[in-house]
Design a protein around this ligand. Structure first.
Ligand code: PCA
Length: 324
């Protein structure tokens, strides 16, 4: 008993004296605005880690692409310029088709299916990320993707020549196949792009349209439920390897909590933000049956293109998803 007490006292002493020496600050770049639900979730995750590790690791979030722009976040973490951060998973589809698994049109169109697809894809994604010196911590889906326009659109023919804001390969391809003109713009910059006419349409969630107040420039949101893309939080694998088991446990627990809370928020936010678009003066409605049928055809083309690009690994994920 005496030994145990001594040991505990010694451990407490070590912890107390060691903590300041090992206290680390982890800057966490985020691409989306502070008010966005992903950023709110990340801020809570950061607080959970800071509190849970007793201040050993203090995570400080930097929203709106203020530390690194969305397109640069992954590279910054891979190269150790930032230890941890959040990025749109499908933003890396040009590096490896597997990253675009969540943006295959009409493959997973509900929160339940998006969760199943994530479960099926997660091991392959973890492996691909780990080859890039990245450790996956958690992931949260965006609400279902619909189409934003300035003018009424009832068919693909109505989209001809429209300037379309894209956020990944799939959205750029969608623009091409519908005769629109894609221009890649980060969410943090879209209000300005729409206000200046650089873009006049996009595919995105009600959440992003609401966050960026797009009713100031756009008038229509068509619910298409094309897919639910995901954000994910990654940590540099060297940094992760140098983290104590106790702190890893805390971080993993905070990550699980964040994934749950973020997904819940995403669901809640779906209806809330569509109403917000209406309140802003937009027409929010399901796409017409004719338009839906045309989009399904384009979706089929994009699905076969993705399956061809993603090869056996991609097909295995889709099979596992469909088997659930
Ligand atoms: N918002 C992000 C990605 C998907 C979404 O709903 C964006 O538009 O950039």
């Amino acid at each position: 008993m005496k030994t145990l007490t001594n040991l505990m006292a010694a451990t407490a002493l070590t912890a107390a004296t060691a903590a300041p020496a090992f206290a680390e600050k982890w800057d966490m770049p985020l691409a989306y605005s502070a008010s966005n639900f992903h950023s709110v979730t990340a801020a809570e995750f950061a607080k959970c880690v800071t509190t849970g590790t007793g201040g050993d690791i203090e995570i400080v979030t930097h929203p709106s692409g203020s530390l690194f722009k969305g397109a640069d976040i992954k590279r910054a973490i891979q190269t150790g310029q930032a230890p941890i951060g959040e990025r749109l998973l499908s933003g890396h589809q040009n590096e490896d088709p597997i990253f675009g698994v969540d943006s295959v049109p009409f493959l997973a169109t509900s929160f339940d299916d998006a969760a199943k697809l994530w479960e099926a894809a997660r091991p392959a994604l973890e492996e691909t990320l780990s080859e890039q010196n990245l450790t996956l911590l958690y992931s949260v889906p965006w609400p279902p993707q619909g189409l934003y326009f300035k003018d009424e659109v009832n068919s693909v023919a109505d989209m001809e020549g429209v300037k379309f804001r894209s956020y990944n390969n799939a959205t750029a391809r969608l623009a091409e196949l519908t005769g629109m003109l894609p221009v890649t713009i980060e969410a943090a910059e879209i209000s300005q792009a729409f206000a200046t006419g650089v873009a006049e349409s996009m595919v995105s969630s009600g959440a992003t349209g609401y966050d960026r107040k797009v009713w100031e420039s756009l008038n229509y949101f068509y619910e298409v439920d094309a897919w639910l893309p995901r954000n994910y939080i990654m940590v540099n694998s060297d940094v992760w390897g140098g983290t104590s088991d106790a702190n890893k446990n805390v971080i993993n627990a905070c990550a699980a909590l964040a994934e749950y809370a973020g997904t819940w928020r995403s669901k809640e936010y779906t209806g809330f933000t569509l109403q917000g678009l209406r309140d802003g003066g937009m027409t929010v409605a399901p796409a017409s049956d004719a338009l839906k049928a045309e989009l399904q055809e384009i979706g089929a083309t994009m699905t076969s293109e993705w399956l061809e690009a993603a090869g056996e690994g991609g097909a295995a994920i889709v099979d596992a998803f469909k088997a659930e």
